[in-house]
Design a protein around this ligand. Structure first.
Ligand code: SAM
Ligand code: ZN
Length: 278
């Protein structure tokens, strides 16, 4: 018989909330260690350091992303991200260009896909309940530290295979990871599936082909060098950036969302793709 523990705010409690079994899509129940599928022997999802572990080893390119964000390369690349925010009027202002598309209502249930270290969650209303998904244990640990005490529950898992029931969230946000997901279109379909019909799905990232100088000069290796060495992304993540530089974000939005809209933001450095869950 499972023992129900009293958890601090922001932790997974006895209530599985929006969760479903990632394998059979059936209901889950709380155990001492985390959640188990109701179907005997189907799936066990442990909770480790407050984070629900749905998939600890990501697949294909998501593994490259996880390794990068778990490594000491990401803090070095962050220097460039900070510079990017400065050029765009400061981080708060630049992020507001995206965050303002979330509904203003109280008690909102938000899903944040690729939440990272959750730098902006403190700018969102205190009474929102937030579920964040990410493939990086390091990013999720930082997110947890930063958000202790608030209603935020974290999942180690992939955007392409969300462990939630259909039509659970009032809004879905994904900022800064979409371009490099294994399959952005599959991820957007998942975000639309778990959002309530008509709920906003808000996606933003830098332009997939933001590194363009080398390509313009006919020297694509130059862009790889800039990404891997100058910007410190390392060879594997720089290769991933290169492979995804031609993805058609607007087309993905049109195929998956209702009333989808695509606009260039951050002085041409990024895009906002927004639409409603069908
Ligand atoms: C640049 S960070 C953005 C974090 C945060 N949303 C922000 O705006 O600061 C990108 C995040 O995407 C996560 N990520 C990459 N691929 C993912 C995937 N397929 N599913 C979930 N998270 C992913 C990374 O681990 C990383 O934390
Ligand atoms: Zn199951």
């Amino acid at each position: 018989m499972a023992t129900i523990t009293r958890d601090p705010p922001g932790a997974w409690t006895s209530d599985p909330g929006p969760l479903r079994c990632p394998r059979c899509h059936g209901p889950l129940r709380r155990t001492d260690a985390g959640f188990d599928c109701d179907a005997e022997g189907c799936a066990s999802l442990p909770i480790s350091d407050g984070v629900l572990v749905v998939r600890d080893v990501p697949t294909d390119d998501n593994r490259i992303a996880a390794d990068f964000y778990n490594s000491n390369l990401w803090p070095r690349v962050r220097f460039w991200e900070r510079l990017f925010w400065v050029v765009n009027g400061g981080e708060r202002r630049a992020r507001d260009v995206v965050l303002r598309h979330l509904p203003k209502c109280s008690g909102l249930r938000l899903l944040d896909v690729a939440i990272g270290d959750g730098v902006y969650t403190s700018w969102l209303p205190e009474d929102w309940s937030i579920v964040g998904v990410d493939v990086s244990t390091t990013q999720l640990a930082a997110c947890r530290r930063r958000n202790s005490g608030r209603n935020l529950r974290l999942v180690l898992g992939e955007a392409e295979d969300l462990p939630f029931r259909d039509r659970e969230f009032d809004a879905v946000l994904s900022n800064g990871g979409f371009n490099h997901f294994n399959c952005p279109e599959a991820a957007l379909r998942e975000m639309a599936r778990v959002a309530k019909p008509g709920a906003p799905v808000v996606v933003a990232d830098e332009m997939p082909d933001f590194l363009d100088l080398g390509h313009r000069l006919g020297l694509p290796a130059l862009d790889h060098w800039i990404a891997s060495r100058l910007m410190s992304m390392g060879d594997d993540f720089a290769g991933l950036v290169e492979r995804h530089r031609k993805i058609d974000i607007a087309g993905i939005g049109r195929r998956v969302l209702k009333d989808s809209r695509y606009e260039i933001i951050w002085r041409g450095g990024g895009y906002l793709m927004i639409g409603k869950a069908p």
